[in-house]
Design a protein around this ligand. Sequence first.
Ligand code: HEM
Length: 121
Amino acid sequence: MNDIQNRADIELLVNSFYEKVHKDFDLAPVFEMPQEQWDTHIIRVVNFWENWLFQTGSYNGGMMWVHLQAHEKHGLSTERFERWLALWFMSVDTLFSGPKADFVKNKALEIGQIMNAKMNA
Ligand code: HEM
């Protein structure tokens, strides 16, 4: 199995993750949004990971604020964080293996723990 090598790989990973999210009873409602907002969301998430993995400068930040808003609107419970992370890990492990695949799992876990502590402490 290959490691994540480029932006196309990140797009594949993010799309495969959201396929699972959309089928998930608990998470799907949080991600219901107009197509235009959705298209922008995907680009921002791909930019986010590309910036971490390949230092492209393509993500300009502000993710904590975005999630605080989502928390106000939908309630990002600890259970939802756990489910989100489980689907992310599953998506990564199905497609990729290597240091970059490990990195995106560890980074998501780290960020998820920080956000969960802020929202559900
Ligand atoms: C309970 C778990 C989570 C839920 C329900 C959730 C939900 C959301 C929602 C609703 C948005 C905004 C979509 C939009 O309106 O455009 C968003 C953005 C985003 N999420 Fe999450 N999220 C969760 C956890 C995480 C974690 C652990 C990461 C770790 C990397 C992450 C990464 C991102 C990124 C990079 C964005 C884009 C931020 C931006 O636009 O600048 N999310 N998320």
